[in-house]
Design a protein around this ligand. Structure first.
Ligand code: DX5
Ligand code: ZN
Length: 216
């Protein structure tokens, strides 16, 4: 089965988003990954609802929204208004994760929970059956173009075991430093979905990179 590929908008050319979105629409990309940052949860700021409104209008692919913000549930309505497929919230940003996940699902979106590199997979043990997706960070969130943290491969294996043992239907997605070689390791360990920013938008032929990642 082919991998789900979710190119990350963070690495697109913000001076000509329309051109890059047209490339995404033409490509075999499954989703578009959207990194929202608040400068508090992570030491960087990206884009917010006014920009994303137009991205959502131009993009024909399902939106995979990754909220790197404190109080992510303050944005439930804004993410829903984009008609997003997936709303990813960080484990580290949510005190009442079960309530948050239930609210995302009740809003008609897939509920994704994201783990920072230093948060162990076992923290999801009591909620894994409720989740539609787990997003494992393979870099410290906040910036594109960082180096892949190799321990993530082991975390994918552990998460695959937890999912199989519980009968959870959660999709395993990995984000950060993913390219053809790290992507192959992740795919072999049991990842279902790969986010790729620099590897796609920094390439001479982004569409070919997307197709190659899907075929891993
Ligand atoms: C990092 C973001 C990633 C980022 C990935 O905080 O969550 O989605 O765009 O970019 P690359 O693939 O370049 O590491
Ligand atoms: Zn991301």
């Amino acid at each position: 089965m082919s991998k789900i590929v979710s190119p990350s908008l963070l690495s697109a050319n913000f001076g000509n988003l329309q051109k890059d979105l047209e490339m995404i629409n033409r490509s075999e990309a499954d989703w578009l990954h959207i990194d929202v940052m608040d400068g508090v949860f992570v030491p960087n700021i990206s884009f917010g609802p006014p920009v994303l409104k137009y991205v959502a209008q131009l993009c024909t692919k399902p939106l995979d929204v990754h909220l790197m913000v404190v109080n992510p549930m303050n944005y439930l309505d804004a993410v829903k208004a984009l008609n997003a497929r997936i709303m990813n919230i960080h484990y580290e940003a949510c005190t009442h994760l079960h309530r948050a996940v239930t609210q995302i699902k009740d809003a008609g979106m897939m509920a994704g929970v994201t783990l920072n590199p230093s948060t162990p997979v076992c923290m999801l043990k009591d909620i894994i059956e409720e989740l539609d997706l787990v997003l494992l960070m393979s870099v410290n969130p906040g910036f594109g173009g960082q180096k892949f943290i190799p321990h993530t491969v082991e975390k994918v294996r552990e998460l695959r075991e937890l999912i199989d043992a519980t009968g959870s239907k959660a999709v395993i997605e990995v984000d950060g430093g993913v390219n053809a070689s790290t992507g192959a390791l992740l795919a072999r360990a049991g990842a279902d979905a790969l986010v790729a920013g620099n590897a796609v938008f920094g390439a001479e032929n982004p569409e070919a990179v997307i197709s190659a990642l899907r075929a891993l």
